[in-house]
Design a protein around this ligand. Structure first.
Ligand code: PEP
Ligand code: MN
Length: 338
């Protein structure tokens, strides 16, 4: 249920409605738009339905949200959400945001070197996993907190905000200490306890689409985070499982405009994990920007052959630099900028 307030509703009237909603044992979520304020009411539908909320002063109309996700929907908030991730970087506005870095944090020298080169090419966020969700228990699992410390050092030197993955709900306070954006990976998209914990965090969350998840399921997962109070969520299309074997996953380009229609949250694309092949990263990046993505998250490594994870899909720094120039042209063509 959403309560749409009149454009001239006063703060006092808004406060009064919020208090009434709370008294009914329901949860009010306020969205202050440019034109008007909307109050999303979360709770038992039956209680909501029998309340004459229309009669309160300042209320224009009360509408049910029929979709299973509410706070993430465009019905609740018409304007695009712009997520401020710190360091002057905002995701969801006119500017395309490129996040880049190694798949895994391997050592400090290498990480700092990569951070400097991607920054020179125009990346504004540094990616790097310290806790790695690997298919095999025998594969490199990440450096853990040591890796987070290297990320902090790379941030100190370059000024780039950090995006890094959380795998375990018990690591939340540790990751929060180092990360500017908390990444929830494809394999944890439906780890509901982790989503709820991320919803209580003050840090922005990058939520990746599960490899076998529908767009609706992705939005429902985001709803978990917003319903706990954290509205700073960035969605990520990173490829889904199909019958196609040529690529690691199948990049669902149409997910970008679909999500944009359904939700106000920003959408970024990960062409590295989607394709699994470095030679496909550039064309898919350009397609993503042309289709309306707000940003990209790309794996870069100066020595892919020796990378401890995902070398085959990692771009050499010089290839990344070339790609950034091409993305800039596509961005301009669709009314955006890099
Ligand atoms: C990653 O970005 O490091 C990663 C593991 O991606 P995904 O969760 O999309 O597989
Ligand atoms: Mn990877």
């Amino acid at each position: 249920m959403i309560i749409v307030l009149r454009p001239d509703a006063t703060e006092k009237q808004i406060e009064h409605i919020i208090e009434r909603v709370k008294k009914l044992g329901l949860k009010p979520m306020v969205s202050k738009g440019v034109e008007r304020t909307i109050i999303g009411v979360i709770g038992e539908e039956d209680i909501i339905r029998i309340q004459p909320l229309e009669v309160y002063p300042g209320v224009e109309k009360v509408m049910p949200i029929l979709k299973p996700y509410k706070l993430v929907s465009r019905d609740f908030k018409q304007e695009d959400t712009i997520v401020d991730v710190g360091g002057g970087v905002k995701i969801g506005g006119k500017k395309i945001v490129v996040m880049a870095g190694p798949c895994s944090v391997e050592n400090e020298t290498l990480l700092v070197k990569i951070a400097k080169t991607v920054k020179e090419s125009g990346a504004v966020v540094l990616r790097g996993g310290a806790f790695k969700p690997r298919t095999s228990p025998y594969a490199f699992q990440g450096l853990g907190e040591e890796g987070l410390k290297f990320l902090k050092e790379a941030k100190k030197i370059t000024g780039l905000p950090i995006v890094t993955e959380i795998m375990d709900v018990r690591d939340m306070s540790l990751i929060e200490k180092y990360a500017d954006i908390i990444q929830i990976g494809a394999r944890n998209m439906q780890n509901f306890n982790l989503l709820k914990e991320a919803g209580q965090s003050k840090k922005p969350v990058l939520l990746k689409r599960g490899m076998s998840a529908t767009i609706k399921e992705l939005l429902m997962s985001a709803e978990y985070i917003l319903s706990e109070g954290n509205f700073n969520v960035i969605l990520c299309e990173r490829g889904i499982r199909t019958f196609e074997e040529h690529t690691r996953f199948t990049l669902d380009i149409s997910a970008i405009p679909v999500i944009k229609q359904l939700s106000h949250l920003p959408v970024v694309v990960d062409p590295s994990h989607a394709t699994g092949k470095w030679g496909l990263v550039a064309p898919c990046s350009k397609a993503a920007i042309a289709a309306g993505a707000d940003g990209l998250i790309i794996e870069v490594h100066p020595n892919p052959e020796e990378a401890l994870s995902d070398g085959a899909q990692s771009l050499l720094p010089e290839k990344f630099a070339e790609l950034m120039k091409e993305i800039s042209k596509v961005a301009k063509a669709v009314g955006r900028e890099l």
